[in-house]
Ligand binder design. Sequence first.
Ligand code: ADP
Ligand code: MG
Length: 827
Amino acid sequence: MNGPLPPMSREQSVPVPPAPPGPANTVLGLSRAEATRRLAEHGRNEIQREETRSPWVVLLGQFRSPMIALLLGAGGVSALLGEHADAIAIGAIVVLNALIGFLQEFKAEQALLALRSMTAPRARVMRDGYAVQLPSAEVVPGDVLLLEAGDVVAADAHLLEAHALATNEAALTGESAPVDKAARPVAEGTPLAQRTDTVFLGTAVTRGTGLAEVRATGMRTELGKIAHLLASTQDTKTPLEERLEQVTKTLLVACLAIVVLVAALGLWRGHGWMTMLLSSISLAVAAVPEGLPAVVTIALAMGVRRMAARHALVRRLQAVETLGSATVVCTDKTGTLTTGTMEVREVWGDNSHAILFAAAACCDASLGPDGKEGTGDPTELALLRAALTRGIRREELERDRPRVAVRPFDSETKRMSILRADGALYVKGALEVLLPRCRNATVSASRAASELANRGLRVLAIARGEGPEEENLELLGLVGMADPPRPEAVTAVAAARAAGVRTVMITGDSAETAQAIGRELGILLPGEDAAERIHARVTAEDKLRIVRRWKERGEVVAMTGDGVNDAPALREAHIGIAMGRTGTEVTREAADLVLTDDNFATIVTAIREGRAIYENIRKTLVYLLVGNVGELMLMLAASLVGLPLPLVPLQLLWINLVTDSLPALALVMDPARAELLNRPPRRPDEPMLGAAQWRAILLVGTLEALMVLGVFIWADPAHDVDRARALAFSTLVFSELLRAFAARSTTRLFWEVGPFTNRLLLGIVLFSVGLQWGLYELPAARELFGLGALRPWELGLALALGFVPVTVLELSKLMRRLSLRPRAEAC
Ligand code: ADP
Ligand code: MG
């Protein structure tokens, strides 16, 4: 309601469909064939900012970690000393590890690239005489762009037509006030900021409509010219990745100390220094979960792909993690919580024919031939359908009384008017906006409006005036429209509530309508404060204030938006969500998440996925660390009591780089479970590994170490160390592999999670168990790994012992549940 009114635009003829902004009939745009030719000639319309990594770079990157360098060095030393078998084996394991890492990272990168193309900017252009929407990258010089408020200009283009057009050129000039644009040519050599006859790539249309012919695309545009000045805006590391890097670093220091201790003890006991060097390097590899970054990337990429399949496109990776800790979701009502398919239920006023006639005369939407579907604002389509039942057709209306001027609907002004050739001004909008401009304002109209709104109907006031000004109008009456809640939104609101996420409705509609719908949806339960949960007659500035207020209270806020002016609120929110269908390009660009179905339920699904990703990363991290701690303690304990080392370097490497990283890969892709929404959100500052996680890591790690040490001692290493090692090695591998099943959930038992809900994990574990067994069958492998001869029953024993940690973990879940139950019942 505040802010200057957009000036009226004068139009000569009116395009009946296709929907606005309609081009002058003479503008046909390029032909498809010509556009294809020009695309080949001029290249894609893209600003190159970040380099895409070739597969080779990704592959080589695998060898860059210090750990791998250390290993390669060790391999080299072994080769020099004539230990060729060791050297080859180390080399093979390093290559295998690099390949696994490469595949993970490459797959993740592909997934993200695919996603980026889905969220790529779009443009509307004329092709073969039709308005079409296409990816901005396909815009070529000579194309005719169709512009309207909320668009991001897709190329540098010369205006052919402009109606009340203004753009925000902050991206280019830094000036944030909108610049008025017109089709009048300016002198050659005018500075950029004053070239009012041109619109520039990357700038936003803040109001009005226009047609413009593309002059330059891609790197030849003004933005392209300064692109090299812009630092790559996208930070590739998410906070989560940074925090994990920190964890890894801390671990590294702790492990190094232990490794040095083990090495010193070994040397003191008179083991050869070469053996000790190899052992300590392998132990270091064993101790540091260096596969972790890859695991995180994969978890994020897979999660993002899953979300995309559920209509939520992630534009910024950081958002995924924040989503899981969201505590407040501020969401639009119309079309998001409701179906957005409206229907006129009631017409209030003396002459309902005149009301619907005036309503139809003030519309931009157009119905299709069947009189049901159409293009444009759903509110207007509902009006047009109602008018049609009384024989009022918009096409005839446009023919008989062509429009002279239009003041388009704007959610800030909350009204719209069209001046027609009959001299009448047809106006529709919110009642309280129109009332002060009406000469026949009555109390009964306000009362009728409240009555309709209290039934959850969307109310529009219809008025008529003389001449272009919106004053001294005659109020004809009211129209009440039903916009039923989406059935899935009711469930989603309840699910969000159970998950400790508050749903706040934001709408331009009246407070009464909003509250009636809010009650229907369960956003507002009896006894709850409406002011907390429902914001009505909201403007874009209000949205920004609402976000800020929740943030000040320490909440993690998600905010949806679709309008031209919503971008600041979306940026301010922790998670900005844009509407993919009805939203403007500007909001899409400001958003972290784009809903391709504009559906509130999708937000809740995305929150669940966000939580799942976090959980998956955490449990995979714990899974890996238990193994590492176990190995470290095993080696340390053995050297403390003066035993030979239970595992040779190659065996350690094998466990860490092959048998551990495969189950981790499958674990981190665990599907999201519904139970993730049955608990409050994680606090944003909660550490990834808290006290509970560390306790589990140390306890289970110790258990594994003691068990393997026991079996090693039992096999009598003094008598035949190779055989004892073979037994210890297999016991450890089997128990690691099988423990993956218990790692899937910290509360639910193996069969509750569902043995077949992660088939990849099942497959990988079976495969790896087979692989491990196979090592003993292949003489060459046995030689390489220094495996002593094990009898089948001994291998069977190793497998049986392998079941111990997983069983202990499952039992402890059960015990915890039993001991928790009485307390849970007590409160
Ligand atoms: P929301 O999208 O949250 O429902 P809008 O900004 O679309 O809110 O609408 C706010 C108010 O503006 C509505 O309650 C109605 O009174 C009025 N309004 C909505 N659409 C139109 C339109 N096409 N023409 C005129 N007035 C409208
Ligand atoms: Mg709306």
